[in-house]
Write a new protein. Structure first.
Length: 272
């Protein structure tokens, strides 16, 4: 009888441990998934702009996403090259392709349409062609920010480039132009059109808009829930609020192939 009691007690303890393990596993699964966005705007503005998207995803998927921002593109890039820090990202075409190639990310959806960069000057500056900026101070956010990467596409010859000076974010780059600290700036076109006191020199090549991509750490079933939520965002009030905050009408289908080849823009970037 004593042996039987010990067996029963052992089974009871083992069962309790299984329940505790399952509980802990459930707690780990319920922990925040880290959703990173690059620092192309001041952190406070980024949080205000992307919090509605996080709230929408949490409410729609039943998962728990946490918005992660960085102080600078240097810290963002250093973290990106190491991998493993984020479960979900929203990023530009070169960075998305980089993550797909090097870290096995999967593209889930993209902001509708395409995006370009604008080279702008002070409204009193008479520059009509980008070639006139060779040797002159041009403000941009440091690579791998898309503006800087696009500028290197405009000026591929290292011997004939502007004198780049770097800003913390796109608005700061424009402010350098307005305060005559730089002759020109290159910033995303959606940012440039918000200013009425600057001149447009040129727009760069249009490329696929920002995409949402998932790391292998995000389970396939969660990836699918995120994908469906994004594509159906216009159908709900919370989704419409998120889209308005992102200045877009909808997310559209996209695959890894949509961004194939853009990682080449990162060639020459430290740590690539």
């Amino acid at each position: 009888m004593q042996t039987l009691n010990l067996k029963r007690r052992s089974i009871g303890i083992f069962g309790a441990l299984l329940l505790v393990g399952a509980s802990l596993s459930g707690t780990a699964h319920a922990a925040n998934w880290r959703f990173a966005v690059p620092p192309f705007l001041p952190q406070a503005e980024l949080k205000a702009q992307y919090t509605p998207l996080i709230e929408f995803l949490n409410a729609t998927t039943g998962e728990n996403f946490e918005l992660v921002t960085s102080n600078s593109y240097l810290s963002y890039w250093n973290t990106a090259t190491k991998g493993g820090a984020y479960d979900l990202v929203l990023d530009n075409a070169p960075m998305i392709d980089f993550r797909v190639q090097r870290q096995k990310f999967t593209v889930l959806a993209k902001i509708t349409g395409v995006i370009s960069q604008s080279v702008v000057t002070n409204e009193k500056t008479n520059i009509f062609d980008a070639s006139e900026l060779v040797g002159k101070k041009v403000a941009a956010v440091a690579s791998p920010n898309l503006s800087a990467l696009a500028m290197f596409q405009l000026f591929p010859n290292p011997m004939r480039q502007p004198d780049f000076i770097y800003a913390d974010d796109a608005r700061a780059a424009v402010e350098m132009v307005l305060t005559n600290k730089a002759v020109a700036a290159i910033v995303p076109t959606p940012i440039a059109i918000q200013f009425t006191n600057i001149n447009l020199v040129t727009n760069t090549e249009q490329i696929p808009h920002l995409a949402v991509a998932a790391a292998p750490s995000l389970p396939p079933e969660v990836q699918n829930k995120v994908k469906q939520a994004l594509l159906n965002a216009p159908q709900t009030v919370l989704g419409q609020k998120a889209l308005t905050s992102l200045n877009t009408t909808n997310f559209e289908p996209a695959t890894n192939a949509t961004y194939s080849g853009y990682a080449k823009w990162l060639e020459g970037t430290y740590g690539y």
